[in-house]
Design a protein around this ligand. Structure first.
Ligand code: HXC
Length: 257
């Protein structure tokens, strides 16, 4: 393959994207953004893929946007190229995406992890939004997603001081869904992804959509959207099969239709 900054693998119905710029602690440059977004979009369109894992290395999930690439940019450069706006495309995919985070998830690395649907972290994971130390602020949704994930007090503390948050605090705050031994993080994320991928894809993608509404709308709007999505599952073969299998005391055979 001609990929420069990532590795893409398929294991059954799970797609795995590994950030692969070890010498730069997986710093996110424009090439890496383009490669991750296009690989994830391709996996999203593949009917044989039911979940995606994004991971880095043991030392670093990603240590942020590539400071060396960014340092010489001007205001007109970043607004002109809509710098890093393509990362938003990840939030529009239907396929559930898990971030498997070990080591540093700083700045854009923390934001990339939060762009995923949930985070499974190794014991050595460290989160932070250190942009303030560089004279800038988060730019891939960090000020918004961190605040929704951990609340205003913690988000203000993190974003204004640039301090690092260890995994115990991140779990306590609800930023990560599970903490596992560092060396088991990727395997656990793949197992969880395989479990998700074994369900009806229509149902998992609608479920993801429904949970996301909680972040994007009021409670009344969200409940109304959930109700419509719930009713729509009754138009699927998988609803008929899933309920028939329960009644007949057997495993369901989902066809994702
Ligand atoms: C470019 C980076 C980098 C980054 C690390 N490196 N982080 N290069 N951009 N964000 C490079 C280092 O320059 C070095 O390469 C190599 O990776 C190893 O890093 P060290 O600093 O030597 O390792 P260590 O002492 O273990 O410290 C690890 C670290 C530190 C604490 C993670 O590297 C660090 O603070 N990195 C920057 C973190 C940060 O500020 N991230 C936010 C970026 S702003 P060389 O070749 O020099 O040895 C951001 C904005 C997002 O993300 C919004 C955009 C729209």
């Amino acid at each position: 393959s001609d990929l420069e900054t990532i590795i893409v693998e398929r294991e059954g119905r799970v797609g795995v994207i590994t950030l692969n710029r070890p010498k730069a602690l997986n710093a996110l440059n424009t090439t890496l953004m383009t490669e991750v977004v296009s690989a994830a979009t391709e996996l999203d369109r593949d009917p044989d893929i039911g979940a995606i894992v994004i991971t880095g290395s043991e030392r670093a999930f990603a240590a942020g946007a590539d400071i060396k690439e960014m340092s010489s940019k001007s205001y007109s450069d970043v607004i002109g190229e809509q710098f890093f706006a393509a990362w938003d495309d990840l939030s529009r995919l239907r396929t559930p995406i898990i971030a498997a985070v070990t080591g540093y998830a700083l700045g854009g690395g923390c934001e990339l992890a939060m762009l995923c649907d949930f985070i499974i972290a190794g014991e050595n994971a460290v989160f932070g939004q250190p942009e303030i130390n560089l004279g800038v602020i988060p730019g891939i949704g960090g000020s918004q997603r961190l605040t929704r994930a951990v609340g205003k007090a913690k988000a203000m503390d993190m974003v204004l001081t640039g301090r690092q948050m260890k995994v115990e605090e991140a779990e306590r705050m609800g930023l990560v869904s599970r903490v596992v031994p560092t060396e088991e993080c990727l395997a656990t994320a793949k197992e969880v992804a395989a479990t998700i991928a074994s369900k009806s894809f229509i149902a998992t993608s609608l479920a993801k959509d429904a949970v996301n509404r909680a972040f994007e709308s009021s409670l009344v709007e969200g409940v109304r959207a959930e109700r419509a999505l719930f009713y729509s599952t009754f138009a699927t073969d998988d609803q008929t099969e899933g309920m028939a299998a329960f009644v007949e005391k057997r495993e369901p055979k989902f066809t994702h239709r």
